[in-house]
Structures are given as structure tokens and as C-alpha cells.
Design a protein around this ligand. Structure first.
Ligand SMILES: [Zn+2]
Length: 272
């Protein structure tokens, strides 16, 4: 490529206003989506978007007690996440039941994610930034967060839109689907801020549902609120979520699903 193309996301010092009609949050653990983009999800849902949440694991290692039954913990955390998702307003939650602490971006996980994406057909996928290995100089990003993020990116592009990836899915009726945008959260390379002043309280209501994980809720709220206020200040609002937005397809124009892919689908199902 010889010509520099204009950035597609918009200036980072202004509120980011693009909104998907349908969006999917893909996260490693129950509670990640609520620590992550819950306030943005709540805002978009209030404004008419439809959201779905996918949890790769059920958080069965999320305890400090070696005697704890991991299956029991997983069941508890799924209940907590369902309650939190109801607060945010997601249409539903899928648990992929991958092992906590051992999530791997393999073909099995990719197929699971492609199934979810092709079934729900989101315009945007929100996921953990897989490039975040360290949180500045303050810690290591959990291996599952990185694995979930890279798996989400690989599922979005090219697998979901490619009819020849997992070809049995087309035969099952799961047609290829183009996700236009990735919204990566917990990124060190944020390029967009969403005004969530109106929905930040819903985020904390959702977080409160994760009782097994939050022994000291006030302390958690006490560090997240000032941080979101600080990000909000940068765009002149009370509170903001930050994202690294990747625009894969331009928003304008008709859906490109009428050409090659549709033919491939028709061919695969014996209609061409
Ligand atoms: Zn997590």
C-alpha cells in the first residue's frame, strides 16, 4: 500500500459516537465484561442496540480456597454473570465452558466463537486487547484475557466471514458473517472514548452481582470511578469507557454479503 489512508475511528479527544445495531462482548471470565465495557454496553442497549455476551470460561479457578469445588464455583459464577447481564440488558449469555486458567487460542475455541458470531451476527465485537501483556508498570495481564482477545480477533477475521473456514458450519445453516468493527478494552493503545455518564451506575450494579469475587466492593468502586472520571475529562464528560477501535469494514454502503460469500453459501448448500 502506497497511500496513507485517513483514520476511520475519529478524534480521540471527542466523544466516540458510532453505535452498532448488534454487538457481542467476548470475555475470558464471568465479571470481565462488567469490569470492562458494561457501561458502554448498557448505553448502547438503552439507545436501541441488541447485545450478547460470551464467556469463554466460567471462572472455575476464581477462588482462594483449594478445597473449593471448581464445578460448584463455576455454577455460582454463571449465576452471578446471568444476574449482571440482566442488569446491563444483554439479550443473553453463552458460556463456552473452556477451562479457567488454561484458555488457549486453538481451533476448537475459534470454532466455538465463529458459531456464536455467525448465529448472533454482530456489527461489532468487544474483546480484551490481546496485545496487553503488562498493564503499564502495574502488573501482568491474565493469560486467559490475552487468549480470549486473540481468539476473538481470529474468529472475527477471517474465519467468521470465510465460508471455507469450518465448512460444516455453512451446511448447518450458519452463513458467513462480516463483523465490521473490533472494540478492544483494557488496551494500552486506546483511540476512542465513549461517554458513559448516564450508565456508569449500571456498571456498578452489574459488578455487585459478582459477590463471590468482590469481597471489598467499595474499594473496587473507589478506584474505578476516579479512573473513568479522568478518562471522561479528556472528552469533557463525567465518565468514559476507553477502547482501541479497529474498523475492519467501512460503515457506509450496503452489506457486502451479497456477492462471493452468498454464492459460496449457496454452492455449499447445493443451490448453485
Ligand atoms: Zn478475568
Amino acid at each position: 500500500m502506497s497511500e496513507a489512508r485517513p483514520p476511520r475511528v475519529g478524534p480521540a479527544e471527542e466523544p466516540h459516537t458510532w453505535r452498532p445495531t448488534r454487538f457481542m462482548v467476548i470475555a475470558a471470565h464471568p465479571d470481565d465484561a462488567d469490569f470492562g465495557p458494561a457501561a458502554t454496553a448498557a448505553r448502547w442497549i438503552d439507545e436501541g442496540s441488541v447485545g450478547w455476551l460470551v464467556c469463554c470460561t466460567s471462572g472455575d479457578q476464581g477462588g482462594e480456597d483449594a478445597e473449593l469445588d471448581p464445578l460448584e464455583l463455576a455454577a455460582t459464577r454463571e449465576r452471578e454473570q446471568q444476574a449482571a447481564a440482566a442488569v446491563v440488558g444483554y439479550e443473553g449469555v453463552t458460556f463456552l465452558h473452556q477451562p479457567d486458567g488454561a484458555l488457549v487460542n486453538d481451533l476448537n475455541l475459534r470454532e466455538q466463537l465463529v458459531r456464536e458470531i455467525r448465529r448472533f451476527r454482530p456489527d461489532a465485537v468487544l474483546a480484551q486487547d490481546p496485545e496487553t501483556l503488562f498493564h503499564a508498570d502495574r502488573g501482568v495481564n491474565h493469560t486467559d484475557h490475552r487468549a480470549a482477545g486473540i481468539a476473538a480477533a481470529d474468529a472475527v477475521y477471517p474465519a467468521s466471514r470465510n465460508p471455507m473456514a469450518f465448512p460444516w458450519l455453512v451446511r448447518e445453516g450458519l452463513a458467513p458473517h462480516r463483523v465490521h468493527r473490533l472494540y478492544l478494552f483494557w488496551s494500552e493503545k486506546a483511540n476512542a472514548r465513549v461517554d458513559v455518564s448516564a450508565t456508569i451506575d449500571r456498571k456498578f450494579d452489574a459488578l455487585r452481582a459478582h459477590a463471590s469475587q468482590l469481597q471489598d466492593f467499595d474499594r473496587v468502586e473507589g478506584w474505578i470511578r476516579p479512573w473513568m472520571a479522568e478518562e471522561g475529562q479528556k472528552i469533557g464528560v463525567a465518565a468514559a469507557d476507553t477502547f482501541r477501535v479497529i474498523v475492519i469494514d467501512e460503515d457506509e454502503g450496503p452489506e457486502p454479503e451479497t456477492t462471493d460469500e452468498a454464492e459460496a453459501v449457496a454452492e455449499a448448500s447445493g443451490q448453485a
